[in-house]
Design a protein around this ligand. Sequence first.
Ligand SMILES: CC(C)(COP(=O)(O)OP(=O)(O)OC[C@H]1O[C@@H](n2cnc3c(N)ncnc32)[C@H](O)[C@@H]1OP(=O)(O)O)[C@@H](O)C(=O)NCCC(=O)NCCS
Length: 208
Amino acid sequence: MPPKTQIVDITNDVNYEKYLYKCLAPAPFRRYSRRHEYLVKAIPKGLRKKLLISEGKVVGQIEYAPAEASGYPIVGNNIIVMNCIWVLRRAKGHSFGKLLIEDMIRSEKNADGFATVALENHWSPWLRKWQMEKLGFMPLDRVDVSDKARHREIVFSIYLMWMPTKKSAELPSLDKQKILWGETFCFSHPLYRPQTWKETIFDAKTRF
Ligand SMILES: CC(C)(COP(=O)(O)OP(=O)(O)OC[C@H]1O[C@@H](n2cnc3c(N)ncnc32)[C@H](O)[C@@H]1OP(=O)(O)O)[C@@H](O)C(=O)NCCC(=O)NCCS
């Protein structure tokens, strides 16, 4: 860890509550109901939110939970699912992303492996597959979809990404039917389904 850099678990720290809700997004802090419902359910089941603080500034974050408490429909045996990782662009070049991943692996050393999702060809810059690969995940499965509400003409891929840490680890799976509903744990996420949208938000473009 570089000097003046630390990773702090803020899951249960009221002083950092705003980072549980808006993470690093430049949005006003509000305790919105879907996030609140998710936190109330997931924290007792092992959700962790950590910040990377460098020279007194919050420049990175990671959020993960056992599969059962994660924000994605990923099914696995004794695995941890990373909901999100984010290092601000201005803090690039210090291996902060790697440090957050290593911290997660160290903290969850009994897990058989780590899974997450990544995107390819999505219009946003978020959760790019190549970035998740750089962090150590490999693609296991994918579903091609289009968004029913925005940029309907763009077909993008949602990948299940995997990083086993035990030789005996069983492969996880992505519930593709459920991922078509998007996610509701974070409103800054590219797969977020708005509260007003009462059906699946994605159209599957591949058969499964
Ligand atoms: C992915 C991310 C966490 C990586 O963090 P980082 O601190 O910039 O990356 P690191 O310095 O730890 O580098 C990790 C690896 O990626 C490589 N890398 C990072 N940026 C790269 C780039 N632009 N091109 C090529 N390789 C790159 C590094 O060289 C390193 O690989 P190595 O170990 O083989 O040298 C960061 O880029 C990020 O937050 N991206 C956005 C993630 C996102 O979409 N979050 C969701 C928000 S809603």
